[in-house]
Ligand binder design. Structure first.
Ligand code: IVH
Length: 669
């Protein structure tokens, strides 16, 4: 293809892709399959790779990310990003209306109402119709330049679709993680044995601060805009601003409404209090703006916020119900969590029976008595919380809850470490849920992956006194298992084989399996790659741990303390003796270089010299990048035996270089 032809094709594809992107993300009316869409995107990626100087700053390929931001540049906002004053009641809102009416000296006025989206505010600057800068709110005066990350968000137009706009303008909006995306992300984390996120807002905020825009792209953030700023806008009301934004291709929530007076505003507030549960994004209130821009100017600003707008905040949904009991759960780490057992009650779409009470301090703070009528709330968080007690209806016979002093599972006296609010059961070796919990974690699919052992078998083994710690699994014999109820020759053999096979699991799986607090699958991989062996990890002090990529204070301390405990050292020794891998494979250690730098690989099939995971590590240890699927961004497909035909076919179609295991090894030598 000549450059001229490529230029034409790139233009056509870009227009087509953005068109379908808009149909999908803005209008929710896709007309082609995801597959057809991906094909076009891949073709564009391939062309841009072949003709790098034809890649534009608003190319739809920016949506998949790939650019890194080492540290976000701080930039000044052209117009400061102010906040709004809040109101919480009809009375306060009527007061606001009174101030507006007075300020406008008897002029007629209207309001424009929108929902208040609970996300992260963003300023988007467009020049000649193209997105040139995206900046976080920061302190309102200066924010972080997060343009690369923002460009991956498909609901943010990279350019306008209608040219009828000033040369330069600024749009304000709210970036958020849709509820379903947030739920799916948490499910995934839970599966991987990692800590889940508490709420969607903080997750969206954390995502915008990631350095790798490809990671941001994967998080599927979205964005609603609600504000237009600039000169020569040719509009005279908030309503007209919103209509301009819609015409230019921005994502505006269709929930807005013009209201003629404060009573209509109150109706709007009432209507959305219930309906907002069905929106894709969390909302915590309504924003009420004087519609006319002239009148906005006349009303002006206080030091912090406009006089022409106000937020009305919904009360977090709350209900009153009886506290029937407090129970205590003991986790695999021995941490004790008090749980409020409630008289079931319907709240914000679900029936609530239990709520976490966090720790003893929280119970004391609330001053709970069993039998109390308590208030339960569901805010942005998933787990409902007890927020207070209705002391008016207390009978007088009840008394304040006394926190337990002994473990409800094994009777051991609980301890509370200095500076921590949580009580622990120190009986790590004998407390049933701790022991079985640790073994369940150890055999988990993402850890040692011994799928022939389930929860029931673990309980049987524990009760029969055969297994007290993970290493005991490795001395089980078939005869031992045959003694258990329900075990026959075949099922016993299956368990033994499963245990045997687990010995070939890589070091990072072992590191995850031993259950160090705060060390999930990803952290285990990072630690394994950095320290390479259990031995060097055990020698590392906190400072050395902090030097490992993306390891912070909390993880470093947790790893350090865990590996200093004699009990753990002994158990690791037993696991090593049983034949578990305590270092990453020799090949990976030897070949660190930058021979593969800036090359990306997809690996498929079975190999002679490497396990799949190992091959990934070798690539990364030599500066290469591993991708999960073949795309226009792939440089090499390393083809093993029995590789998937679809990957092969796709690689051929996209002109990706296909290499054998031997050829790959030659690249390294
Ligand atoms: S208008 C001059 N409209 O709430 C103030 N803000 O407390 C312009 N927000 O910083 C803000 N939804 O991050 C406006 N429909 C909406 C909004 C909204 C959410 C956020 C925004 C702002 C904060 C104000």
């Amino acid at each position: 293809m000549t450059k001229k032809e490529a230029e034409k094709k790139i233009k056509e594809l870009s227009i087509e892709i953005e068109h379908h992107n808009r149909l999908y993300y803005l209008e929710d009316k896709p007309v082609i399959s995801d597959y057809a869409f991906d094909q076009m995107l891949e073709e564009l990626l391939r062309l841009e790779k072949e003709f790098p100087d034809l890649k534009t700053t608003d190319s739809p390929t920016l949506r998949v990310g790939g650019g890194l931001t080492k540290s976000f540049e701080s930039v000044a906002h052209e117009y400061p990003m102010l906040s709004l004053s809040n109101t919480y009641s009809e009375e306060e809102l009527r007061d606001f209306d009174g101030r507006v009416s007075k300020g406008l000296e008897g002029e007629k006025y209207e309001y424009f109402c929108e929902l208040k989206f609970d996300g992260v505010s963003i300023s988007l600057v467009y020049e000649e119709g193209k997105l040139v800068r995206a900046v976080t709110r920061g302190d309102g005066v200066r924010g972080d330049n997060v343009t690369l990350n923002a460009k991956t968000i498909r609901a943010i137009p990279l350019h306008t679709i209608e040219k009828n706009h000033p040369e330069k303008f600024e749009v304000r909006g709210e970036i958020f993680m849709p509820r379903n995306v947030f739920a799916a992300l948490n499910r995934e984390l839970e599966e991987a044995g990692e800590e889940t996120y508490a709420n969607a807002r903080n997750t969206a905020s954390g995502t915008m601060k990631l350095q790798d825009s490809a990671e941001v792209a994967k998080r599927k953030l979205s964005c609603f805009v609600y504000f237009l700023l600039g000169e020569d806008l040719n509009v005279n009301s908030q309503e007209a601003c919103v209509h301009s934004l819609e015409r230019w291709g921005f994502h505006v929530s269709p929930t807005y409404k013009k209201c003629r007076n404060i009573d209509e505003v109150l109706d709007y507030i009432k209507k959305w209090e219930k309906h907002r549960e069905h929106l894709p994004v969390e909302t915590d209130g309504v924003v009420i703006k004087v519609n006319s821009l002239d009148q906005q100017e006349k009303l002006g600003f206080t030091a912090k916020s406009p006089r022409w707008a106000v937020a009305f905040k919904y009360k977090a949904e709350s209900a009153r119900t009886r506290l029937n009991a407090i129970t205590y759960q003991v986790g695999r780490t021995g941490a004790v969590t008090p749980v409020a057992e409630l008289e079931p009650i319907f709240l914000a779409g679900t029936t609530v029976k239990r709520a976490s009470l966090h720790n003893a301090n929280e119970i004391a703070r609330l001053g709970l008595h069993v039998g109390d009528m308590v208030f339960v709330e569901k805010g942005g968080e998933i787990i409902p919380k007890v927020t207070g007690v209705d002391t008016n209806v207390r009978t007088g016979k009840s008394s304040a809850v006394k926190y337990i002093t002994a473990c409800p599972e094994c009777g051991t006296t609980l301890i509370r470490r200095e500076g921590e609010a949580v009580h622990y059961c120190p009986n790590e070796k004998g407390c049933p849920p701790q022991v079985t919990g640790k073994i369940e974690h150890f055999v988990h699919r993402k850890a040692m992956d011994i799928n022939s052992i389930g929860e029931r078998t673990i309980h049987q083994l524990f009760e029969a006194g055969m297994v007290r710690r993970p290493s005991d699994l490795y001395s089980l014999s078939k005869n031992d298992l045959l003694k258990l109820e329900g075990f026959k020759e075949q099922s016993s053999q299956k368990v033994i084989s499963g245990i045997e096979e687990s010995k070939s699991k890589p070091f990072e799986a072992v590191l995850f399996a031993i259950g160090i607090r705060h060390v999930g699958k990803t952290v285990a991989e990072k630690l394994a790659r950095h320290f390479k062996s259990m031995e060097s990890l055990m020698q590392a002090d906190v400072e050395a741990l902090l030097k490992a990529p993306e390891i912070g204070e909390i993880i470093a301390r947790s790893v350090h303390d865990f590996l200093r405990e004699k009990e753990h050292v002994v158990e690791i020794g037993r696991l090593q003796k049983a034949g578990l891998k305590m270092e990453i494979e020799a090949t990976e250690v030897r070949v660190e270089s930058d021979k593969l730098s800036s090359k990306s690989f997809v690996v498929s099939g079975v190999f002679q010299h490497y396990e799949r995971e190992q091959l990934h590590q070798v690539i990364e240890a030599n500066g290469g990048k591993v991708l999960s699927g073949v795309s226009g961004k792939t440089d090499f497909l390393v083809a093993g035996e029995n590789m998937g035909p679809s990957k092969l076919e796709k690689a051929q179609r996209l002109g990706v270089k296909i290499i054998s295991e031997d050829e790959f090894r030659k690249m390294l030598s």
